[in-house]
Write a protein of this length. Structure first.
Length: 330
């Protein structure tokens, strides 16, 4: 695993495609007012300034056999049709729906499950979401595969888990449709109509880490997200605060491990909020050239197998007045 820093020089062929607008500007770095997120990457490449870089990324990695195999498996999942919408709608109480969907998520292989109401500030500018609820799914990586980052085996593991998340989301959406109610699944890496990290935080998947990813009390940062949008009656889960944010204040592991030096050591003002932030303009070139990087995710102390639960206990001991919130695992 590479630990080098400050030595990365981007490929001139990639940088020749770089737009005049900074990705940090699009992401709202330095903005003092709350705004909806703006599409930047993993959208239709014809619709964003960084679209040519997105096409360059896929062209560069197209011939990698490990990635090609993982992408083919994911595409087969994405091509699988949803269950048809039943003509008769089944009426269930909110708690009955939650129990049924949580059980389905477990049986389908989800590692994390949570529910939260939709919020306008999560929806990308230019997009519309009409559903009232978002069901969040988390799927854990294989640490053995991810510890090879930034090699292609780690990139393929990310692709596989995005595929697994999509399969689970489609299974849950199909279950809802079989009961006569509309449901829309979504899994990465392509962006849907909304960002996924904020609702995952809202429903108890963890806390935002210095590396810009969620830190979960069990899986650390080594997992991926998928979701289902629906209007059936549901019950919201609560956020989970267990000390990861406090830990990140004094930890520099991901900062020191990042080859392009893209991770800010302190929180930044982003669309009206102080939060951990990763420099898009520094991160993306390295991400593209390594077919997905992943160094910050796997070097995070919380991501090492068996470590997160011990860290939760240590952080709890420092904050005895704050009770732990139940895990959002299925």
């Amino acid at each position: 695993m590479s630990k080098a820093k400050h030595t990365f020089t981007p490929d001139p062929a990639q940088m020749a495609l770089w737009p005049t607008v900074s990705g940090n500007t699009i992401n709202g770095l330095g903005e003092a007012t709350a705004e909806r997120p703006r599409p930047i990457y993993w959208h239709d490449p014809n619709s964003t300034p960084h679209g040519p870089l997105q096409r360059w990324f896929y062209a560069r990695s197209a011939d990698n056999p490990v990635l090609a195999s993982a992408r083919a498996q994911r595409q087969a999942i994405l091509d699988t049709p949803l269950a048809p919408l039943a003509q008769q709608a089944v009426a269930l109480q909110d708690w009955e729906w939650v129990a049924k969907l949580r059980q389905a998520a477990t049986e389908l292989g989800a590692d994390l499950f949570g529910i939260t109401p939709m919020r306008e500030e999560w929806i990308f500018e230019g997009h519309t979401v009409t559903q009232r609820w978002i069901i969040m799914i988390g799927v854990a990586h294989s640490f053995d595969a991810m510890k090879t980052a930034p090699a292609s085996h780690a990139a393929a593991e990310v692709v596989r888990q995005y595929g697994r998340g999509s399969r689970i989301a489609k299974g849950i959406a199909s279950l809802i449709r079989e009961h006569g109610h509309e449901a829309q699944p979504h899994g990465g890496p392509m962006a849907g109509p909304m960002v996924l990290i904020p609702p995952a935080l809202a429903c108890g998947f963890g806390e935002l880490g210095k590396h810009g990813s969620i830190i979960n009390r069990q899986f650390g940062s080594s997992f991926r997200l998928a979701c289902v949008l629906t209007d059936i009656p549901l019950v919201a889960d609560r956020p989970d605060t267990f000390g990861a944010d406090d830990f990140c204040v004094n930890c520099r592991v991901c900062v020191d491990a990042c080859p392009p030096d893209a991770i800010f050591a302190s929180k930044q003002l982003v669309r009206g909020a102080q939060k951990w932030y990763v420099d898009f303009d520094k991160c993306l070139p390295y991400f593209n050239e390594t077919m997905g990087c992943g160094i910050c995710v796997v070097t995070c102390p919380w991501s090492r197998p068996g470590v997160a639960l011990n860290l939760v206990e240590k952080m709890a001991a420092r904050r005895p007045s704050k009770p732990l919130v139940e895990s959002s695992s299925p």
